[in-house]
Design a protein around this ligand. Structure first.
Ligand SMILES: [Zn+2]
Length: 198
């Protein structure tokens, strides 16, 4: 059952990235934007507010974001708030359940996919953490928070190694995956260099 849910979480995509961006804002910001859209007034962008926030304001002022979108974001955000509360209390399993509920209303949301990944990281389920964080980074490659979380998850994983044989004397050695170059045979009688690609 969980396997199927994980598959749905990771495969779902969203055609409305402008909507997903809204979910990074807190409810106070969403209410301010809703009021501006309802009254038809432009929102000022504070300089240095961040790429994502500036993009949201651009979309709001450009008429791409409607009141419906903001109501939707407020509704989804309320589910995510339950997840955040569970996460703060250290109940990461409950947090994942709430994030998953939010994700059902916002399929392909980079923030919730990232957050589920972080929860799995806290549960020491490193492979799952990495799968979620890699998917979030694939959706939003330039998001600095996702990149930071992904880097942290990667540093938690033990380096995978493979066994390579020296082509001259068949001495076996263990090397990290993903390396290429020249190594010197550790067998002192051989000590020849050879090319590897792991
Ligand atoms: Zn050798």
């Amino acid at each position: 059952m969980e396997k199927e849910e994980i598959h749905i979480d990771l495969q779902a995509d969203s055609a409305r990235r402008d909507r997903m961006d809204l979910l990074w804002l807190d409810p106070q910001h969403l209410l301010t934007l809703k009021e501006a859209v309802e009254r038809g007034i432009a929102v000022d962008v504070e300089h240095g507010a961040g790429d994502l926030y500036e993009r949201v304001i651009g979309n709001v002022n450009g008429g791409k974001i409607a009141v419906d979108d903001l109501n939707w974001a407020l509704e989804v955000d309320a589910l995510a708030a339950k997840a955040e509360a569970a996460s703060k209390a250290g109940d990461y399993r409950a947090a994942i359940r709430h994030y998953r509920a939010a994700l059902r209303l916002a399929p392909g949301c980079d923030l919730y996919i990232m957050s589920i990944g972080s929860c799995y990281g806290h549960l020491d389920e490193d492979e799952l953490a990495l799968r979620y964080l890699e998917r979030a980074a694939q959706i939003s490659p330039s998001n600095p928070r996702i990149a930071r979380n992904l880097a942290a998850a990667r540093s938690n994983l033990p380096e995978r190694r493979v066994v390579v044989s020296c082509p001259h004397c068949q001495q076996k050695l263990r090397l990290p995956v993903g390396r290429s170059g020249t190594v010197k045979c550790p067998n002192a009688k051989c000590a020849k260099s050879f090319a590897i690609s792991t």
